[in-house]
Design a protein around this ligand. Structure first.
Ligand code: F0G
Length: 482
């Protein structure tokens, strides 16, 4: 894609694949979208997919597969124990990451469950560049404490730092000096750091983190769920990686880590997960939990068909032309939004575009959930489903006090190889219109607030009739258009 220059100098991502299977979409009229949003309690998680035009909720388990993946799924070897399918997956992981042992799991958080049970010691710390929601939950439940050590730029919405997912190595050294190496269960690095906008770390940063860990005998655990995007950024943004192949960069990243786990709903364009381990003793400890929580050691809760797809998907991840579509579409979207002054996380990361609701609707206080309100408004004016990542996603403390989130974001995930550029242009257009009419967007309040994971199931309602006004303005500006 990046290797093609257009005659008139346009900066357009060019897909190196063609689409041969399609799914028809529907776009409801705005009045029906408003109804659907009300039925979903103004929570985009509760929308039915049939009412959604472009589903940008997540890139998890919804990426398009290649014809080779689909073909491999037909050749799966169905056996409870010792299937040839498992051996193929195992051998591919060993080939790519060069770690001796592999344990399968049904998805990423299941791998986190096993790792945390075995590696988190009660009362210890787990420093990391930044947590993911399920990571934090598993570490905490096992008596550990997450310490966020992302570099300061990581939490700045706008920046030109190419690797905002880097870990602050001086802060890590300081923590070890103060608390002693034995107070740390392990250090975790997350590739394509999800919650701060899909931001990558550099290989150089990982090298430094790994050196500190090895000096003090602390294991380094890599969450490779979003590794494909991270690899792309290493290749295009990091001088020392420019002349290396994706396979070589991957090997180097794996060499620096002791344990590597992934959600194959992201890495490998399939559905599943697993853990790669170097140390035999650690492997044996973790192995005991696989039959207990996942399934037998040669499938770990995955279907054999998905395992075949992941094996091929992992191989394809080593091909730059197969992994650059996501980051390049996201970069296009972020650049176009930025040109229209729409506040968005910069530089563009992986995973998706992240709109900054704190600035987009700066008239809505955080206690009225600006990111959730913006996500609801966007769905109503476009049929596009994004995800709230702000105060609504936080949990109240024991006293019932609600923490206000560091960032109020609407995440617009870019499932890989799924949308066309004109669909992305449509999202940009509707966000542009919404930004021009942002004063019409109002706040939300709870109607039904669950105690646990409220952002998944909770139902809200608008503080006043702002959605009616938004629909009215849409009709004024767009006439009969959908
Ligand atoms: N680690 C990271 C970095 C993730 O992004 C996810 C999932 C997980 C672990 C857990 O994996 O879903 O297979 O159990 N992220 C999804 C998302 C849910 O929408 O961003 P899982």
């Amino acid at each position: 894609m990046s290797k093609v220059t257009f005659f008139r100098g346009q900066q357009l991502p060019l897909e190196m694949h063609k689409v041969r299977i399609i799914q028809k979409l529907t776009l409801l009229p705005i009045e029906e979208r408003k109804e659907a949003m009300a039925e979903a309690g103004y929570n985009t998680f509760l929308l039915e997919n049939k009412d959604v035009f472009l589903d940008m909720l997540t890139d998890s388990g919804v990426n398009a597969m290649s014809q080779d993946q689909q073909a491999a799924m037909l050749m799966a070897d169905d056996a409870y124990a010792g299937s040839a399918t498992y051996t193929r997956l195992h051998d591919k992981l060993v080939e790519i990451f060069d770690m001796e042992y592999f344990l399968p799991a049904h998805q990423g958080r299941a791998a986190e469950n096993i790792i945390s049970k075995v590696m988190v010691r009660e009362g210890t710390l787990v420093p990391m560049n930044y947590h993911f929601t399920t990571t934090l939950a598993h570490i905490t439940v096992n008596g550990g404490e997450v310490v966020e050590l992302v570099i300061p730029e990581g939490l700045e919405v706008t920046s030109d730092h190419p690797f905002k997912g880097n870990l602050d190595v001086d802060a890590l050294r300081k923590l070890i000096d103060e608390r002693g190496a034995e107070a740390l269960s392990y250090v975790r690095m997350e590739a394509g750091t999800n919650l701060i906008g899909g931001q990558p770390f550099s290989v150089q940063n990982l090298r430094e983190v790994s050196a500190v860990c090895r000096e003090h005998g602390i294991p380094l655990v890599l969450d490779a769920s979003l590794l494909a995007d991270n690899l792309y950024f290493n290749k295009v943004r990091e001088e020392s990686c420019r002349d290396k192949s994706i396979r070589e960069i991957t090997k180097e990243i794996a060499d620096l880590s002791d344990v590597l786990y992934f959600s194959a709903r992201k890495l490998g364009f399939g559905r599943g997960g697993g853990i790669c381990i170097r140390d035999e003793e650690l492997y044996k400890k973790m192995r005991g939990y696989v039959p207990m929580f996942e399934g037998f050691l040669t499938y770990g809760g995955m279907s054999v068909r998905e395992m075949e797809a992941i094996t091929v998907g992992l191989d394809e991840t080593m091909d730059e032309d197969m992994i650059n579509q996501g980051p390049q579409f996201i970069e296009y979207m972020v650049t176009e939004l930025d040109k229209r002054n729409i506040p968005v996380i910069t530089p563009a990361g992986g995973l998706g575009a992240h709109v900054d609701a704190m600035r987009f609707v700066d008239h809505i206080p955080q206690t009225e959930y600006p990111a959730a309100a913006l996500a609801a408004a966007l769905y109503v004016c476009s049929g596009v489903r994004g995800m709230e990542r702000g105060t609504m996603s936080e949990a109240r403390d024991a006293e019932g006090v609600e923490p206000l989130a560091d960032m109020e974001l609407v995440r617009l995930a870019m499932p890989r190889r799924v949308f066309t550029l004109s669909q992305v242009n449509y999202v940009i257009d509707r966000l542009d219109w919404l930004y021009q009419n942002r004063q019409l967007i109002g706040g939300l309040e709870w109607e039904e607030e669950p105690e646990i994971l409220r952002f998944f199931y909770g139902r809200l309602k608008p503080k006043n009739d702002w959605l009616e006004q938004l629909v009215e303005k849409f009709r004024e500006d767009f006439g009969d258009s959908l």
